[in-house]
Design a binder for this molecule. Structure first.
Ligand code: PRP
Ligand code: URA
Length: 215
């Protein structure tokens, strides 16, 4: 696992060569929605492998074709929560690695003029405190959507809460550190800044539109 970022103690930036390789393609303007979706799922799957490193396991006895032996299984209920729309693109890759996870859904869209998050869907399991919760959204820009999502998850009982994104802006990281200092953020890239319209630069554009071909 890479070390936390020197400036932001709540942030881990992944520098694995496979992740950096795939990020180069997903950022590319000419990458179409079919490849964009595949890359988003693949990068999320690679990231979740490390993010889950500290998840609890319990010993179990299994019988191989040769003899009984001790093995280990995940011992807590895991919940993955995408922020719609773009977070949905990360779910496929995460469930490939961790098919036993439950999926909650939060629908949040930024108002184009104010950049304030507007929540339109909240469909979460009742017992979110039953285990770790992974909030997923490829873009952490102003941090408004993620901060609102974390508040909704906390209100629903989430305790062990982590966020996975692909591209983070320093503004969004600072916002989460201020609003939710106990939440670790895992990102594949920490970019330079935000434009005055709230886009991450260099970024990858509007993730939801690129993923669904609605640009
Ligand atoms: C994008 C992205 C995040 C949000 C980040 O969603 O997927 O949810 O913007 O911006 P913020 O950090 O400034 O809140 P968007 O609002 O465009 O909705 P969509 O995925 O439905 O297009
Ligand atoms: N949301 C996106 O999809 N892209 C950005 O650059 C910022 C917010």
């Amino acid at each position: 696992m890479p070390s936390p970022h020197p400036e932001f103690k709540n942030l881990v930036v992944f520098d694995h060569p496979l992740i950096r390789h795939k990020m180069s393609y997903i950022r590319e303007e000419t990458t179409g929605h079919r490849s964009f979706r595949a890359l988003l799922a693949q990068i999320a799957g690679l990231m979740v492998f490390e993010v889950t490193r500290t998840f609890p396991v319990s010993p179990v006895e299994v019988k191989t074709p040769l003899e009984k032996t001790r093995a280990f299984r995940l011992s807590a209920m895991i919940t993955v929560v995408p922020i719609l729309r773009a977070g949905l693109g990360m779910i496929e890759g995460i469930l490939t690695v961790m098919p036993e996870a439950r999926v909650g859904h939060l629908g949040i869209a930024r108002d184009h003029d104010t950049l304030e998050p507007v929540a339109y869907l909240n469909k979460l399991p009742r017992d979110l405190d039953a285990g770790p919760v992974l909030l997923v959204d490829p873009m952490l820009a102003t941090g408004g959507s993620a901060s609102a999502a974390i508040t909704m998850l906390r209100d629903a009982g989430a305790q062990d809460l982590r966020m996975i994104c692909l591209v983070a802006a320093p503004e969004g990281v600072k916002r989460l550190v201020k609003d939710h200092p106990s939440v670790m953020i895992y990102t594949a890239a920490l970019d330079r800044a935000l434009t005055d319209k709230g886009y991450i630069i260099p970024g990858l554009g509007d993730a939801g539109d690129r993923m669904y071909g609605t640009a």
